[in-house]
Ligand binder design. Structure first.
Ligand code: NAD
Length: 249
């Protein structure tokens, strides 16, 4: 039970095939009470109920500051504290630089980058009072190598921005006992890539990966449990690569 009695808030976690839901499920299996945040159409309350009793699902749009603040307040009202935040919500778009409109740029950056800042701002005062907290930000291998497989340059920029924001927050809030770390997933088989790659293309990509397969949602969930738990007490400002060796640097 690595997370006994901890309260974990996870954004964009209602999709049962997604990284956020895998993190929520694994955290719950380690004793955490989880708060699943997502857009209304993703039905976060139903997702929380799937995990079992004693968890909470709330509608929250991470691009809206008031919505983030309200979600944090509701989590605190229900559980009295917030120990863990996973900034997981993100959207992607396959587009070339010259095709990216202002609206595309705003949309893609707002969910990953603005959302990471707003939701972190919503939980940080509570974590400061507790003098304890772990914030985990989901970036991407795309930030590190200038493109993953599917996302455009604006997605790479959003995810690189997440790394910078997480590192800066790690510096600022370390003295308060709050750790902030990032995970850079490689290509993981979730809904975000659904219908976008043929089986043949996936097999071709797997051949280029040292561990010879695409990632699974639980691969990221496990990394989240590690960074949330006391196993990583002396880690802050790090980027944990979970990519099967797709990028070794
Ligand atoms: P996913 O599409 O299953 O999950 C994304 C979730 O975010 C969805 O549930 C969606 O409803 C939610 N969301 C979208 N906009 C939101 C908003 N404004 N407010 C709140 N929630 C919102 O995809 P996933 O693969 O599970 O992605 C999770 C994270 O991992 C994303 O940040 C993604 O960029 C990142 N990532 C994924 C991969 C991959 O290969 N799957 C690789 C690297 C990084």
């Amino acid at each position: 039970m690595l997370l006994k009695d901890k309260v974990a808030v996870i954004t964009g976690a209602a999709g049962i095939n997604g990284l956020g839901f895998a993190a929520a499920r694994l955290m719950a299996s380690h004793g955490a009470r989880v708060v699943i945040l997502d857009l209304a159409q993703a039905e976060p309350a139903a997702a929380a109920a799937r995990i079992g009793d004693g968890h909470l699902g709330l509608v929250a749009n991470v691009t809206d500051k008031a919505s983030c603040d309200a979600a944090a307040a509701a989590a605190i009202q229900q559980f009295g504290r917030i120990d863990i935040l996973v900034n997981n919500a993100g959207i992607t778009q396959a587009a070339k630089t010259l095709e990216i409109s202002g609206a595309d740029y705003d949309r893609i950056l707002d969910v990953s980058l603005r959302g990471t800042m707003y939701m972190s701002q919503a939980v940080l005062p509570t974590m400061q009072q507790q003098r304890n907290g772990s914030i985990i930000c989901i970036s991407s291998v795309s930030a590190q190598r200038g493109g993953g497989i599917l996302g455009g340059p604006h997605y790479s920029a959003a995810k690189a921005g997440v790394l910078g924001l997480a590192r800066a927050m790690a510096r600022e809030f370390g003295p308060d006992g709050i750790r902030v770390n990032s995970i850079a997933p490689g290509l993981i088989g979730t809904d975000i890539i659904k219908g976008k790659l043929t089986e043949e293309k996936k097999a071709d990509i797997a051949e280029t990966i040292p561990l010879a397969r695409l990632g699974r949602a639980d691969d990221i969930g496990g990394a989240c449990v590690f960074l949330a738990s006391d196993l990583s007490l002396y880690c802050t400002g790090i980027t944990l690569d979970v990519n099967g060796g797709m990028l070794i640097h």
